[in-house]
Ligand binder design. Structure first.
Ligand SMILES: [Zn+2]
Length: 371
């Protein structure tokens, strides 16, 4: 890897990017004011050499490896118990999107008196939090996709209601992020593809979300040079908003425990078809930026389908075990998901259910484009 891929950025937080920079983990904790970190990681990474090296590098660190995909409140609570039992003063969130989201939630909740769901991203509920009770986080992503390392929120599954809730506070932004692409090298091909498409969907949905936000738009269009950087940049862009793809993918992940990036990758063309008329101009710009042989929506759409095929993404949700049994519930939950309000055209529960059903069956032609 070339040394030009190395750098320190300060937007939207302090980011140390470059191969091998995980060697600076202990320095990062020091700068973030963490002396006794709880390392929060995914179940599958606990015994990996990179986690073993992190534990060895951090004096007084304790490892918590109880996070699974689509992290739930029970994972956060178990992490909190470990945090309090160990008398920690900060979190190193190390792993895929699930570990980052769970780790950020543990640090956020470490000094709060109210229950987790009181801090859902609704109105100004975040002001209920005691800002002095939020512990610092150093984030180390090992997949290039969710961009949770530069986000001010965690998506946590409420196991009682089966709904994914967004927990938000401006201070949930990690103090320091280490973007070391060497950590992503051992990732299985399918996970790399799925998380990569998630990063792409963040850029795409943010760019198409209505509103004036030239900073986010610029980032969304440029974020394609290098995958890990792109993932972080994409997540920066989606402060502007997301759209129908994420609105549907969230309840599907809650109900069927599917991989977030893969779910987005499958749903993408169905929502694009629904939004077709509303995104004509933006699709023209994207097709120019990508220098596609055919410009406009059709050229961009064909490129998305081809990329999906080449990466081995299934065409229908049925192929990953998703059925239409509770389609009406999925439609209604999707309409309530905050991402839905970022869709370029207003979309209601019935329309979202219809798009979801088409995606389960693999029938893009069944999606009616909104006018
Ligand atoms: Zn996403």
């Amino acid at each position: 890897m070339s040394s030009t891929l190395r750098g320190n950025w300060n937007y939207p937080t302090t980011i140390w990017a470059g191969p091998g920079r995980i060697a600076e983990l202990s320095e990062a904790c020091f700068r973030a004011g963490i002396k006794r970190p709880l390392i929060v990681t995914d179940e599958g990474l606990v015994k990996s050499p990179m986690i073993e090296r992190a534990v060895a590098a951090l004096k007084d660190a304790v490892l918590f490896g109880g996070v699974r995909g689509n992290p739930a409140s029970s994972h956060v609570e178990a992490g909190l118990r470990a945090y309090r039992a160990g008398g920690h003063d900060g979190v190193v969130a190390f792993g895929g999107g699930s570990a980052l989201d769970a780790g950020k939630a543990v640090a956020f909740m470490s000094g709060q008196a109210r229950p987790l769901w009181d801090f859902e991203d609704v109105g100004d509920w975040w002001t209920r939090a005691d800002p002095t009770g939020i512990a610092p986080v150093v984030a180390v992503p090992t997949t290039a996709g969710t961009g949770s390392e530069v986000g001010r929120a965690s998506v946590i599954l409420n196991e009682e209601t089966h709904q994914k809730k967004i927990i938000f506070h401006p201070q949930m932004m990690p103090r320091i992020v280490i973007l070391d692409a060497e950590l992503t090298v051992g990732l299985p091909r399918a996970v790399t593809a799925a998380t990569g498409i998630d990063a792409f969907v963040h850029c795409f949905e943010a760019f198409c979300a209505p509103g004036f936000h030239p900073l986010a738009d610029g980032v969304a269009l440029e974020a394609r040079a290098q995958m890990l950087a792109a993932a972080s940049m994409g997540a920066t862009a989606f402060q502007k908003g997301l759209g129908g793809v994420h609105a549907i993918a969230h309840p599907v992940g809650s109900w069927f425990n599917t991989h977030h990036g893969l779910t987005n990758a499958i749903i993408l063309p169905y929502v694009m078809t629904f939004n077709r008329h509303a995104i004509a101009e933006k699709a023209e710009i994207i097709s120019r930026v990508l220098n596609l042989p055919e410009r406009g929506f059709d050229g961009f759409f064909a490129w998305v389908l081809q990329m999906r095929r080449e990466l081995g993404v299934p065409h229908s949700l049925a192929e990953i075990g998703v059925g239409t049994g509770n389609a009406a519930v999925i439609g209604s939950e999707a309409s309530l998901d905050p991402s839905a309000s970022g869709n370029p055209v207003p979309v209601n529960a019935t329309q979202l259910e219809h798009i979801f059903r088409a995606a389960v069956d693999g029938r893009i032609e069944a999606v009616v484009s909104a006018k």
